[in-house]
Design a protein around this ligand. Structure first.
Ligand SMILES: C[S@@+](CC[C@H](N)C(=O)[O-])C[C@H]1O[C@@H](n2cnc3c(N)ncnc32)[C@H](O)[C@@H]1O
Length: 255
């Protein structure tokens, strides 16, 4: 398992993905075409975007969803735009990579939901309007931990690794503050990440983690567990490893 958690392998995946394209391109997912700008996380190079849709119940043509959504780390905007297409009334798609915010705007326009999707270039919650609140806050995170002193060589690497889990710490601490009453903070994490550290950090910032779904996915020679984790203030239900987890079947798994 140490092998799949090795941040150098993730950085290599980032480098290979960037090498594969030198300009804007278009890919197909969810039966639709999507713009992909250079330097933005490519859903076509990784199974994680499709897995996130599966975990959220947004995969497929006839899904419905409601409410307001903040997607942290929107990349191409595929999940944010799919949420709007499924019926969410207000969606904010934000990313620390400025090209990703631009990419999400292109895809919102391509699929005629620009009136419902606002795109923001932001480090987590920094550039949101104070007082904005959301029914759902979701991040399909860069769950592989890099050393705390790692210097990013390209913004694309931030889609793959989080140095010292600095961004995860802030996400756990700050996300619940942006919720409407009764809203949910959801994190897509995986066994490529360091769950023990995530739990420790959650405790340190007064958050409880609840495993909502676990989805095993064969990735090359490894079976990786993808997880949908709810983040709540600590007085709500605590995380108990092995309990209250539910495996969701997934078709067409990619390695
Ligand atoms: C695994 S990618 C997911 C992209 C997209 N949601 C998808 O599923 O295709 C993680 C995303 O988080 C973004 N990210 C990393 N750190 C961030 C931060 N501090 N604030 C906002 N976005 C961040 C990355 O730039 C990247 O786009």
């Amino acid at each position: 398992m140490q092998d799949v958690m090795d941040y150098r392998r993730s950085l290599e995946r980032s480098r290979l993905s960037r090498m594969r394209r030198d300009g804007a391109s278009v890919f197909t997912m969810q039966g639709r075409e999507w713009d992909l700008l250079p330097g933005v996380f490519a859903p076509s190079d990784s199974p994680s975007t499709q897995i996130a849709l599966d975990l959220l119940g947004l995969a497929g043509p006839a899904v419905t969803a409601r409410g307001s959504v903040l997607e942290i780390g929107c990349g191409t905007g595929l999940i944010a735009v799919t949420s709007a297409l499924a019926g969410c009334e207000r969606v904010v798609a934000s990313d620390i990579n400025p090209v990703a915010a631009e990419n999400a705007e292109l895809n919102a326009e391509r699929h005629d939901v620009a009136h419902k999707v606002r795109t923001v270039h932001s480090d987590l919650f920094d550039a949101l309007e104070p007082g904005e609140r959301f029914d759902t806050i979701f991040w399909s995170s860069n769950y592989v931990m890099a050393p705390a002193d790692y210097d990013y060589e390209h913004p694309h690497e931030r889609a793959y690794v989080d140095a010292g889990y600095t961004a995860h710490r802030r996400f756990l601490a700050e996300a619940p503050e942006w919720l409407t009453p009764g809203g949910s903070v959801l994190l897509h994490f995986s066994s490529r990440g360091d769950l023990v550290s995530l739990l420790r950090i959650a405790g340190e910032v007064g958050r409880a983690l609840r495993m909502l779904r676990v989805l095993p996915v064969q990735e090359g020679e490894h079976e990786v567990q993808h997880m949908l984790i709810e983040v709540a203030p600590r007085h709500r239900q605590p995380f108990v490893p092995g309990q209250r987890t539910r495996e969701v079947p997934r078709q067409g798994r990619r390695g």
